[in-house]
Design a protein around this ligand. Structure first.
Ligand code: NOJ
Length: 545
């Protein structure tokens, strides 16, 4: 559905993230692929009812970081298909009015990318300066104290040319030098390539990392022992990451990137969503641009690390609302391929309340594949571990949240055909109960809750684009807010974050029509001046004006 004249698809719609390796395997190798996504387009649009998909990387890659190490930005890895399959995916998605957002990885390439191969060939190579090369300090020490997110120093010695190169992630992911304008031109050409193939937008990997301190100064130590992030990142937290990312020159790059997207926007508005783990809200908000002329949205990760308690969540939402620049469009994320699964963090009942929260707050929600089933983190035995982060820094592995989608109760869960001997990651043990086919049959399943929430949201302008008004004077364990349009369409959302029953007295609101409970077992008239709520229940009530 297109938004109204003032709101575009990426504002009124819901985004669903697909991790292509784990969605649906059609080739029989235990790894998902793009034909698998095509096969499931009706699931996405008709059964579930989302508006856009974001595909994590499907490009040629040696897979040191499962595709976030790209060796060719303008092709498809044969594991996933080819450009023809990709074009078919875009065409078939667009026929269903489903938008396609792809992952752009501008901070680093694979060490096997021809650009890096040339850059490391010799110091005179024209692409030498496309990456960040530095001499050792006089006594042979590293150029500075920067750390790799994935453990160890961010510098790797290159014996052949006698210099270090910078890698903010794995040594197989050398950082590009965005201060060289040819790098910018090359990456903008990549964006053009995909827009010409019809993509509707980009999710930009670690968008703030591309510009570092030009003098490459040492980061100060982090004396607080805490983390600047939403979760602990192990040894990486021993520094304040002042100089290794987010230099203010980054804004000019995104201003230019926005102009590029706008130039392709006539008749097909494109979007850009930055993966920006910044929790200092004014700094985070600066990525919208002073004149809303940079990224359409920096991902908002404020609810990932929050204590799951009504007032704490409300506080994060209100802080975010007040940090937004005038006209800046909000968005919310509760899960992705880097984070523990929602149902594992919260349990199923609270995960249902979380679903209602995500799909009723003001702003674009991004859902992570499988969360609609309440999929859980799957314990991975050490010999099956894949994620390099978990192998390097035990405890930080992301395999548990990347396991194959659970489609049905057959062997291989309908992810791969039954003859396939081994999937790239093991299936959840509970897949015979927790899968799409079974949950569609079960009227009160979490999948049916997501479907109801999505269907209701689709038909309701107050939820898509209306204002947000939190209500005070409610029980401490409840978060209550109104979504409303100026023409009087009002939906009240009442969420009980505790397992205890609650009695609410929302005087002055009269009676309303309860349209969805997270238990999916009641609808109809309710008296808001005396409103009982069960433990872990969320409800949505249409108000009468
Ligand atoms: C962020 C991505 O979400 C993550 O999966 C990846 O490992 C790093 N960026 C490096 O590209």
């Amino acid at each position: 559905m297109e938004g109204s004249a003032q709101h575009l698809w990426w504002q009124s719609g819901v985004i669903y993230q697909i991790y292509p390796r784990s969605f649906k395997d059609t080739s029989g190798n235990g790894i998902g692929d793009l034909k698998g996504v095509i096969e499931k387009l009706d699931y996405l649009t008709k059964t579930l009812g989302v508006d856009a998909i974001w595909l994590s990387p499907f490009y040629p890659s040696p897979m040191a970081d499962f595709g976030y190490d790209v060796s060719n930005y303008t092709d498809v890895h044969p594991l996933f298909g080819n450009l023809e399959v990709f074009d078919n995916l875009v065409a078939q998605a667009h026929q269903r009015n489903l938008k396609i957002i792809i992952d752009l990885v501008p901070n680093h390439t694979s060490h096997q990318h021809p650009w890096f191969q040339e850059s490391r060939a010799n110091r005179q190579n024209p692409k030498r300066d496309w990456y960040v090369w530095r001499d050792a300090k006089d006594d042979g020490r590293l150029p500075n104290n920067w750390l790799s997110v994935f453990g160890g120093p961010a510098w790797e010695w290159d014996e052949a040319t006698g210099q270090y190169y910078l890698h903010s992630f794995l040594k197989e992911q050398p950082d590009l030098n965005w201060r060289n304008l040819e790098v910018k031109d090359a990456m903008f050409a990549v964006a053009r390539f995909w827009m010409e193939r019809g993509v509707d937008g980009f999710r930009i990997d670690v968008a703030h990392y591309i510009m570092k301190d030009p003098k490459l100064r040492d980061n100060p130590p982090n004396q607080s022992l805490g983390t600047e992030m939403h979760k602990s990142l192990g040894p990486y937290d021993s520094q304040i990451h002042l100089y290794d990312k987010g230099h203010s020159d980054v804004h000019e790059v995104y201003r230019q990137f926005r102009k590029l997207l706008d130039a392709y926007g006539e008749g097909q508005p494109r979007t850009s969503i930055g993966e920006i783990h910044i929790f200092d809200w004014p700094v985070w908000a600066s990525y919208y641009g002073k004149n809303l002329d940079e990224l359409h949205m920096p991902f908002n990760f404020s609810l990932l690390g929050v204590t799951w308690q009504a007032q704490a969540v409300r506080e994060r939402v209100d802080t975010l609302e007040s940090a937004l620049p005038m006209g800046g469009w909000p968005n919310y994320v509760l899960g992705n391929h880097d984070e523990p699964r929602l149902a594992s963090k919260l349990g199923e009942k609270a995960a249902r309340v979380a679903a209602m929260l995500l799909l009723t707050l003001r702003g674009t929600p991004t859902l992570y594949y499988g969360d609609e089933l309440g999929m859980r983190d799957v314990p991975i035995p050490s010999e099956k571990q894949q994620d390099p982060w978990g192998i390097r820094v035990p405890g930080l592995g992301r395999d548990p949240q990347r396991t194959p989608m659970q489609w049905d109760d057959g062997s291989n869960a309908g992810f791969s055909s039954p003859e396939v001997r081994e999937l790239w990651l093991p299936l959840a043990e509970n897949y015979r109960e927790v899968n799409v086919a079974s949950q569609l049959e079960q009227s009160d399943s979490i999948l049916n809750l997501y479907r109801s929430l999505l269907a209701y949201r689709r038909a309701n302008r107050a939820l898509q684009v209306g204002a947000y008004h939190p209500l005070d004077d409610v029980p401490e364990d409840c978060f209550v807010y109104l979504r409303e349009t100026t023409d009087g369409n009002q939906v009240l959302v009442v969420l009980n974050f505790s397992s205890k029953a609650q009695q609410l007295h929302l005087n002055g609101l009269g009676k309303g029509n309860l349209v969805i409970s997270t238990y999916l077992d009641r609808t109809g008239e309710v008296d808001l001046s005396s409103l009982p709520l069960r433990g872990d229940e969320g409800i949505m009530v249409e108000l009468r004006s």
